[in-house]
Each structure stands twice: as structure tokens, then as C-alpha cells.
Ligand binder design. Structure first.
Ligand code: ZN
Length: 138
């Protein structure tokens, strides 16, 4: 649901919070998630009515950037908590054109958005909350 691209990127360009072997960098335009093998997934808000509606429906108002930043982070953080890599991120970083496992990815998307909506209702900033639990990679 977020504009994402996979590919390789120099590891040293990503230096933010880490969940397992995934390093999440939150930028003022979106996110970059990187892995030790050099694969990387970029996320940025989509300039679409559907994306704006998703932001509104999940408590972000018109802040699609916050929706995107927390969404990409939560994919990694939630799955790390469950003890497994994110199926969505695994598909994006390894087979962005094939995207296997559509049903599992749909469940992950729904779970991530539900956590986001719950956090927004509680007034919790997911980036700040996750930063307290993630180690900082330097
Ligand atoms: Zn997603």
C-alpha cells in the first residue's frame, strides 16, 4: 500500500533503528529498510486519493508521510516481534516483480494497519515507541 522499490544500496547509507537484521532509516520523505546482504526497500507516500483515505481512516488526518513512515517501520517491527522476517519485505527485497504469497501479505498489511490505527487512537508515536526497543546501528 506504500510506494516501494527493492534493490541494492550501500549499507553505510542506512544507520537508524534495527529489528533483527533489518535496519530501518526514517527520513523526511519516507523510509529505507536495509539488510546485511545489501538489499534495500524504499517506502514513500503515494500521491493518490486511496492513500490519503487510508491515512484519514487510520487516524493520520492528511499526514500521509507519518502513515508511510510508521507503516514501513511497523512491517519490520511487528514481524520481528513475532520472530520472523516480514513476508511483505521479503517479497519486495527478493522478488519485487513476482510478489508471491499474496494472502499472507494481505494479512500482514491488515495487521500492520490495525496496529497503526490502535496506536493513533492511543496517541502513541510508533517511531518513538519503536526506537525505545530497537538497537541503534552505527
Ligand atoms: Zn504495507
Amino acid at each position: 500500500m506504500t510506494s516501494v522499490t527493492g534493490g541494492k544500496r550501500p549499507r553505510e547509507s542506512c544507520n537508524d533503528a534495527a529489528f533483527g537484521d533489518a535496519v530501518v532509516a526514517v527520513h523526511d520523505w519516507g523510509t529505507v529498510i536495509a539488510w546485511p546482504d545489501g538489499t534495500c526497500v524504499h517506502g514513500a507516500p503515494e500521491d493518490t486519493d486511496g492513500y490519503r483515505q487510508t491515512a484519514y481512516d487510520h487516524g493520520y488526518g492528511d499526514d500521509t508521510l507519518a502513515l508511510c513512515q510508521e507503516h514501513e517501520l511497523m512491517h519490520v517491527a511487528l514481524c520481528h516481534w513475532l520472530g520472523m522476517p516480514s513476508p511483505v519485505m521479503e517479497a519486495l527485497r527478493n522478488a519485487p516483480d513476482e510478489m508471491p504469497g499474496a494472502e499472507l501479505r494481505a494479512l500482514e498489511e491488515a495487521a500492520v494497519l490495525s496496529v497503526q490505527k490502535f496506536a493513533r487512537a492511543l496517541g502513541v508515536d510508533l517511531i518513538e515507541a519503536m526506537a525505545r526497543y530497537a538497537r541503534v546501528a552505527l
